[in-house]
Design a protein around this ligand. Structure first.
Ligand SMILES: C[S@@+](CC[C@H](N)C(=O)[O-])C[C@H]1O[C@@H](n2cnc3c(N)ncnc32)[C@H](O)[C@@H]1O
Length: 347
């Protein structure tokens, strides 16, 4: 991959939603080319710290070069964000003021002609974010039954013609390159008619399946909530409805005190809200941003703030033995931090 060309999406809106402050501690779970990370580091200076995570080792190298000027304030980790909590414990990086997920792929990956993410370049059908993963898109295409493929393409691609595509793919196997797959899809459903290329949804479905994107997102968001300190912010930018549904449902659920099914006369769930929604309505790019960066057009930003009482905060800190917490500087409520220090000193 050559020089960074990824344009960060909803950049200003992200910085505002994260409420980035000098001296704050932030996690970018999807570092990519480091565009959002650089803006967070600028805004959190002096004293800000950033933990940047990306599953793709090539991307981490690019971000490292781009963020060289901030090297004393950053920690970059080549890992999958499914391990978010373990990473924070390992590097003693918690609690944090804000966590960002800017989902999907960067332009660097989509333009990379060797990974098979895009139907616009002929490449081996790989689609793994990291070479350490076992299963490639070609493995799924060549070993799944027709019914399994149809189900996958329908569920993860929301593709109405999944059965026709799956049937043709099975007839054309083995399929080992992106171009072979595009040809099979076009033979099944014809060439482009509308705005969307006929292979778009199938490629999305395969990428989601190869990288367990939806399961990992849900699990990582739950971990992220627990890593946020007092009034810490969680910001998620998603690019398709399946991702956005997970983010929306989790944020809505965690911002309610009761999640009993409708019709239950008195609450039996005992659920307590742990988030406050920052933006009731989803934030989307302005027409100007979409014009400047067409890849931003499907972006949806949702943000929430952690609600946590002092008792809960002590308890979770005890559970995780947050040693860094005792040294945390620049917390949003210095008075609270002082109380916490006293409380921990007495443990
Ligand atoms: C849209 S890009 C982020 C771009 C970045 N915000 C910027 O401004 O340059 C998404 C990044 O998340 C990474 N990614 C996607 N899923 C991941 C996961 N489960 N764990 C870690 N990184 C992931 C991808 O490799 C990609 O680099």
């Amino acid at each position: 991959m050559s020089a960074p060309t990824h344009i960060p999406v909803l950049l200003q809106e992200t910085i505002e939603a994260l409420a980035v402050q000098p001296g704050g501690r932030y996690i970018d779970c999807t570092l990519g080319a480091g565009g959002h990370a650089a803006a967070i580091l600028d805004r959190s200076s002096p004293g800000g710290q950033l933990l940047g995570i990306d599953a793709d080792p090539e991307v981490i190298e690019i971000a490292k070069a781009r963020l060289e000027a901030y090297s004393s304030s950053i920690l970059l980790v080549n890992e999958n964000f499914i391990n978010l909590e373990a990473i924070c414990i390992k590097y003693d990086f918690l609690p944090v003021h804000g966590i960002l997920f800017d989902l999907g792929l960067s332009s660097l990956q989509l333009n990379n002609q060797g990974r098979g993410f895009s139907f616009q370049h002929d490449a081996p059908l790989d689609m793994r974010l990291s070479p350490s993963q076992d299963v490639t898109a070609a493995d799924i295409i060549n070993t799944s039954s027709e019914a399994e493929l149809a189900h996958l393409i329908k569920t993860y691609g929301e593709e109405a013609r999944s059965h026709q595509i799956a049937r043709r793919v099975v007839q054309e196997r083995p399929i080992n390159t992106s171009l072979q797959l595009v040809q099979a899809i076009e033979q099944a459903v014809g060439r482009r008619r509308g705005r969307l290329h006929p292979a778009t949804r199938t490629f999305q479905a395969l990428r989601i399946a190869v990288n367990h994107e939806l399961e990992h997102l849900e699990a990582a968001l739950k971990q992220a909530i627990n890593l946020l300190g007092y009034e810490g912010r969680l910001v998620v930018i998603s690019y398709h409805s399946l991702e956005d549904r997970i983010v929306k449902q989790l944020m809505q659920q965690e911002s309610k005190d009761c999640i009993c099914p409708p019709g239950v006369p008195t609450c039996v769930c005992g659920h307590k809200a742990c988030l406050r929604l920052i933006n009731k309505r989803v934030i989307t790019p302005s027409p100007t941003e979409v014009q400047l960066n067409p890849r931003s057009r499907s972006a949806k930003l949702r943000a929430a703030e952690r609600l946590i009482t002092q008792d809960e905060y002590y308890r979770s800190a005890e559970e995780h033995s947050f040693s860094a917490q005792l040294n945390a500087e620049g917390w949003r409520r210095p008075a609270l931090l002082k109380k916490l220090r006293v409380a921990f000193a007495m443990l």
